[in-house]
Design a protein around this ligand. Structure first.
Ligand code: CO
Length: 185
């Protein structure tokens, strides 16, 4: 089932998400719905708060950008209660977007290599190193779980340049090809 994507301005995107409990009902169905929503919206990652659930759960699939970023080949994951436990000192600045901020693309500096620990959809604990754009997707999605979005740390001038677009997103005046939920409508 395709779920509506909550847009910038929705308070849930600013909340620190709760841990997914062991006995969370229909977790597999939720994961499947999040993947379906992400593919429909042509995203490479989606966090549960973006579909209105304050849960520490993310899905990602970098296959769509694997031509440009080979490290994303086969990088399809569902991560339950993910935690990034190591960040490389080296950072790379690249342009990003977000399904909750349609039409906005800004450069963000992020660690080029991370280690993330999480529970997978089969309940197995995983500890994994991700690099390059794969590491970027994980960092972007984990940020959502802490109530942040990728434009929070962009320079003030860049934020000013995006002001009108942001106001339109808050109002719901966007031209999205996917279902959205704004506070405006
Ligand atoms: Co995002």
């Amino acid at each position: 089932m395709i779920l509506p994507v909550y847009l910038y301005g929705q308070p849930i995107l600013r909340k620190e998400a709760e841990d997914v409990p062991d006995n969370y009902p229909n977790l597999k169905e939720l994961v499947a719905n999040m993947f379906e929503t992400m593919y429909y919206a042509e995203g490479v990652g989606l966090a549960a708060p973006q579909v209105g659930l304050s849960l520490r759960l993310i899905v990602l699939d970098g296959e769509a950008v694997a031509n440009d970023f080979p490290e994303c080949k086969g990088f399809k994951r569902a991560m339950i209660n993910p935690e990034i436990v190591e960040f490389s000192e080296e950072e790379i600045s690249l342009e990003e977007g977000c399904l909750s901020l349609p039409g906005i693309h800004e450069k963000v500096s992020r660690a080029s290599r991370i280690r993330v620990e999480y529970t997978d959809e089969n309940g197995k604990h995983q500890s994994e190193v991700a690099e390059g754009f794969a590491a970027r997707i994980v960092q972007h999605e984990c940020e959502h779980l802490d109530g942040q979005v990728f434009i929070d740390d962009i320079p003030a001038i860049r934020r000013q340049l995006n002001k009108r677009k942001l106001q339109n997103i808050i109002k719901g005046a966007t031209n999205c090809s996917y279902k959205t939920k704004s506070i405006g409508k």
